[in-house]
Design a protein around this ligand. Structure first.
Ligand code: GDP
Length: 445
């Protein structure tokens, strides 16, 4: 999968990583090639353009991490931007099926892999989540398709709705709903009929079925090898039926990976699963990180840069520790702490990591300290001059007024912040005095 794109990008980055220092012009040239590589992988033009711009913005002006080359750092930025572009749902594999019997509507063009995917997904729900699943084929135009689902059902040990010749799709859907309720099924999956092209009759039929069962999930199954066509199909189905996610099939083939990148950006719909073969096990949850790694084919560099960044953070923490031990804790330190807190999942997150800090966290919670407030406090600090940040004790009434106004807040808010800085300073001093094995050190590990 993605071999072409991966190979192309590798070429671009090979040249980058060999250079010692990287100029803005180098980044630009490299990104121009990235853009061509993306277009050749059938990523749509606006998506490729946005993507390259995102990388360019981030690459320009980013501090270069020690111990990696600028080129390696660009690889990491491209990787993160890929993950960002690919990310849709936090947990794409989690289907909304808690209220039994939950209907799942499978839609798509003929030959896209709809019936196969219905089977794969049923098997997954049965084996991984212990769900009792019923599958029904609504493809009255191709009796072979109904047969195919029944055979798959037998193979994976999942029930299928008995075939009644001559019934209309809507009536089959109603029967499936009834059967699912009576038979105590957790989920029933409706494998709708596909056509070679989107047509009105087909859409109307799927819409009627949708109205009868109100599906919890409507999954569009599309062939990942068809690139932009897959994205167009998704747009049309979403406009007419409304889809909750996409399954990209044939991602085992060595074709272009463009569909994956464009899908989320163009349709706003998340990719939930990828099909990786004809076998019933060949279905994976869509993982942006893994796909980005495959597209880039440069996982080693990405983890190298991550490690280097971690080292830098550890070094910073060490430096801060030394300052705290000497009883120094000014607004710059507080700002860093506040930023760190946001990064670590807010107040609760950071306090939860420090032994004995539960009480303090409660107090701060009582004082209304949450992420929004953390951000407001950072804004207050940003409104101070360099000298004020380093020596907050010099803040008198007029300075306070100016700072509060600059951050769009009240002097009372600033006073609270100052109190917090003093309290935290005292706390840090105490913790710092506990020495190398102290709490702060523990917490910063
Ligand atoms: P439908 O018409 O949309 O129901 O498509 P089918 O489920 O009948 O699939 C059409 C063909 O594609 C079958 O031969 C499947 O085995 C094959 N197929 C489906 N999904 C995948 C996949 O992820 N990878 C590969 N290599 N083949 C697949």
């Amino acid at each position: 999968m993605f071999e072409n794109l991966s190979e192309r990008l590798s070429g671009v980055f090979d040249r980058l990583t060999k250079q010692g220092a990287l100029s803005e012009e180098d980044v630009k040239t490299a990104l121009r090639e990235v853009r061509v590589a993306l277009l050749e992988a059938d990523v749509s033009l606006p998506v490729a353009r946005d993507f390259v711009k995102k990388v360019q913005d981030q690459a320009t002006g980013q501090a270069v991490t020690k111990s990696v080359t600028p080129g390696q750092q660009v690889v990491k930025i491209v990787h993160d931007a890929l993950v960002d572009t690919l990310t849709g749902e936090e947990d794409p594999g989690k289907l909304k099926i808690d209220n039994p019997p939950a209907p799942i509507l499978m839609v798509g063009l003929q030959g896209g892999g709809k019936t196969t995917t219905t089977g794969k997904l049923a098997k997954r729900l049965k084996e991984r989540e212990g769900k009792k699943v019923l599958m029904a084929s609504l493809d009255i135009y191709r009796p072979a398709a109904m047969e195919q689902l029944a055979v798959l059902g037998q193979q994976i040990g999942v029930d299928t709705l008995p075939i009644v010749p001559g019934q209309k799709p809507v009536d089959i859907a109603k029967r499936a709903k009834q059967q699912a309720a009576m038979g105590g099924y957790d989920v029933y999956m409706l494998d709708t009929a596909g056509r070679l092209h989107i047509d009105e009759t087909l859409m109307q039929e799927v819409e009627d079925v949708r109205n009868v069962v109100s599906p919890r999930e409507t999954l569009l199954v599309v062939d990942g090898l068809t690139g932009q066509v897959a994205v167009e199909v998704a747009e049309e189905f979403d406009a007419k039926i409304g889809i909750s996610g996409v399954v990209l099939t044939r991602m085992d083939g060595d074709g272009r990976g463009g569909a994956a990148l464009s899908m989320r950006a163009v349709t706003g719909k998340p990719i939930r699963f990828v099909g990786l073969g004809e076998k019933m096990d060949a279905l994976e949850t869509f993982e942006p990180d893994r796909i980005a790694g495959r597209i880039l084919g440069m996982g080693d560099i990405v983890s190298l840069v991550e490690k280097a960044q971690e080292t830098i953070e550890a070094e910073q923490a060490e430096k801060m520790m030394k300052r705290f031990q000497k009883g120094r804790f000014n607004m710059n330190d507080l700002k860093m702490q506040l930023e760190q807190m946001i990064k670590m999942g807010g107040m609760e997150g950071i306090m939860g990591m420090m032994p004995g800090m539960g009480k303090m966290a409660k107090q701060m919670e009582g004082a209304g300290i949450d992420d929004k407030i953390l951000k407001q406090q950072i804004a207050l600090i940003q409104s101070m001059t360099k000298m004020e940040r380093a020596n907050p004790q010099i803040l008198q009434a007029s300075r306070k007024k100016r700072i509060a106004k600059g951050a769009g807040m009240d002097v009372a808010d600033l006073n609270k912040l100052l109190k917090m800085q003093r309290q935290m300073g005292d706390m840090m001093k105490k913790m710092g005095k506990m020495g190398k094995g102290g709490m702060l050190k523990q917490a910063m590990k």
